[in-house]
Design a binder for this molecule. Structure first.
Ligand code: B12
Length: 135
């Protein structure tokens, strides 16, 4: 029987060059057996939503250290919804002030992770969020 791997788009929206966290998380997810596509730096919300559609991913992981998460997250969620991808789970990591976490969760983000977050926890949470899909 063929196993269906969890497909994750790791994306870096915004204009900053902080890409270490995105690369660390992308590698950890790949090592955990997921199919990972990394967009590279400086992606617009439209580019991210289009890549999510073309790659038919289960999860979009956004890495945002610029402080622009409250502007970028709703835009990306809106584009996923209008592309018929409301089922895609969206995770965010980076520099996210505590007071923004409940606001992000309320708008439909599945999980939020700050500096020092355990990649094991991220893997567990992604598997749980898309349960039904193997590995
Ligand atoms: C290294 C660093 C840099 C490096 C970046 C190198 C690189 N290629 O990434 C350099 C020196 C280039 C840099 C530059 C700047 N930086 Co800087 N930088 C940092 C620093 C010290 C560490 C970031 C880092 O790499 N951490 C290691 C990685 C592994 O951790 P992480 O990214 O946080 O990722 C973890 C989690 O956040 C989460 N995560 C991250 N992404 C994702 C994605 C998903 C899907 C998931 C699930 C989880 C997840 O999981 C990861 C594992 O635990 C932070 C301070 C800090 N404490 O974070 C400032 C910081 C991010 N930088 C900051 C600033 C302001 C800048 C500059 C604008 C400074 C300046 N005036 O020039 C410039 C911008 C330059 C540019 N072109 O973008 C600010 C941002 C402020 C804000 N957002 O409010 C910070 C917070 C410093 C500060 N305290 O002010 N920086």
């Amino acid at each position: 029987m063929t196993e269906q791997k969890i497909r994750v788009l790791v994306a870096k929206p915004g204009l900053d060059g902080h890409d270490r966290g995105a690369k660390v998380v992308a590698r950890a997810l790949r090592d955990a057996g997921m199919e990972v596509i990394y967009t590279g730096l400086r992606q617009t919300p439209d580019m991210i939503a289009e890549a999510a559609l073309q790659e038919d991913v289960d999860v979009v992981g956004l890495s945002i250290l610029s402080g622009a998460h409250m502007a970028l997250a709703p835009r990306i969620l809106g584009l996923l919804n209008s592309n018929g991808q409301a089922h895609v789970k969206v995770f965010i990591g980076g520099i996210i002030p505590d007071e923004d976490v409940p606001r992000l969760i309320n708008m439909g983000i599945t999980g939020v992770y700050g500096p020092g977050s355990s990649t094991e926890q991220i893997i567990t949470d992604i598997r749980q969020a898309v349960s039904g899909i193997a590995t």
